[in-house]
Design a protein around this ligand. Structure first.
Ligand code: C5P
Length: 402
């Protein structure tokens, strides 16, 4: 199953690097094409000569090596592969990846790649347990990076044991096979980052009361799920909903429109932004710190303040604007005319418009009938399940990006 698959192996500087030589052999036995980049520290443990001899090419070592830039170039090295495997992934490489550093060939390739990345960490147990490393690992998982190991056992250092041993070569082979076999690796959105907002927002009045709306989040969550199944890295920014987190999706939970705006800014850049949340247009100016009491002076006056328009803000960005910005229009009358006007007003690329009048049962229901309004025209889709709408939308997105 690895026959003719292309694997870029990044070898970091740890004693476990000797196992990476065996990993190269195991991969090539299975018919894979292996290219190797080795860090400066890695070269202290295994030489470019032995790596080159085993992988049947040359080991790439230096970002500013004219010869390797001439041969392939670091961007092609990062992209002309089916998967990037980092073994051993040292604490330093993990930190560099989490921070987005690019000061040598290995870190630059890891920042530039649009392919699945698998890390096989190897380090001293104290370094693995260190909160900085654990924070970095959490960040990388949130970024959609995959991990195999580390395992528990004896360390190279005398009298040290614990979690930190690099996974064995055959375990790494199995993890690579698993990733390449998953539909996500081959999916039409592989390597893309899709950002989705979903659900309602809650705007607090006081610690126990809030303003909300009837959005269930079903359509936004279904799109997140479909995008993940199509291979995208998905960040789902969700208001309060009663739905399970979709599999394979990084979920960020928020309550208010302002929190949602901040989470969206933090999650950018993305290739696609889909704004399916029913965001409250107004929040309470100064929510009470204590529960409001029934007073003698009659009902309280609530002073409202305008919330940011997340969709319009992202669509208007000069930098890091997603290539495709998609808004939703939930209307109760003149659906298409309103959607057309909204496309203009919000500055987005597409609008998914639907009729949410109570008699349609769309709000909170499992079915939806939508019109896709783009610069090119309008498509009216038949009524179908929200999952089917999600799949159709994801297929349209994949076609538009390809
Ligand atoms: O203006 P209206 O609420 O009808 O527009 C709906 C579209 O705008 C949806 O895509 C919704 O997610 C988005 N929106 C937003 N931020 C707001 C209000 C709406 O992102 N404050």
């Amino acid at each position: 199953m690895l026959k003719d698959r292309r694997i870029l192996l990044v070898i970091g500087g740890g004693i476990a690097a000797y196992k990476s030589l065996d990993l190269i052999r195991r991969l090539r036995e299975r018919g894979a094409h292996v290219r190797c980049a080795v860090t400066k520290a890695g070269q202290e443990f295994v030489t470019p000569l032995s790596i080159g001899a085993l992988c049947g090419g040359r080991a790439f070592t230096d970002l500013f090596d004219v010869q390797s830039e001439f041969d392939v170039g670091h961007i092609r090295l990062a992209r002309d592969t089916d998967i990037v495997v980092v073994a051993p992934a040292t604490a330093d490489l993990v930190a560099k990846m989490a921070g987005g550093h690019a000061d040598d060939l290995a870190s630059t390739v890891l920042l530039a790649t649009d392919k699945p990345v698998l890390l096989a960490p190897a380090m001293n147990p104290r370094m693995w347990d260190n909160r900085a490393t654990q924070r970095n690992v959490e960040q990388l998982k949130a970024d959609g990076r995959h991990f195999v190991g580390p395992n528990t056992g004896e360390m190279a250092e005398a009298n040290e044991a614990g979690i930190g041993r690099m996974a064995e070569p055959l375990e790494i082979v199995a993890a690579i096979e698993g990733l390449l076999a998953s539909p996500a690796a081959a999916g039409p959105l592989a390597g893309r980052h899709v950002l989705i907002t979903s659900g309602p927002t809650h705007e607090p009045i006081d610690p126990v009361r809030y303003i909300a709306n009837r959005s269930s989040g079903k359509q936004g969550h279904a799109i997140a799920s479909a995008a993940a199944r199509a291979g995208a890295r998905v960040t789902l920014i969700s208001g309060p909903v009663h739905l399970p987190d979709p599999a394979g999706v990084h979920v960020v939970k928020v309550e208010t429109a302002r929190e949602m705006m901040q989470a969206v800014e933090k999650a950018l850049p993305a290739d696609v932004g889909i704004f399916a949340a029913a965001v409250a247009d107004w929040g309470i100016d100064a929510p009470g710190a204590q529960k409001m009491k029934k007073g003698r002076s009659g009902p309280p006056q609530l002073s409202l303040t305008e919330n940011p328009d997340i969709l319009a803000t992202v669509a208007a960005r000069k930098s890091a604007r997603p290539r495709l910005v998609i808004g939703f229009a939930a209307e109760t009358e003149n659906v298409i005319e309103h959607a057309r006007a909204k496309l203009q007003r919000k500055g987005c690329d597409w609008i998914v418009a639907n009729d949410v009048s109570p008699q349609t049962g769309v709000m909170g229901g499992d079915r939806n009938s939508v019109h896709l309004v783009t610069g090119a025209g309008i498509e009216s889709w038949p009524q179908q399940s929200k999952d089917a709408v999600a799949r159709a939308l994801v297929a349209k997105i994949a076609a538009a990006l390809s």
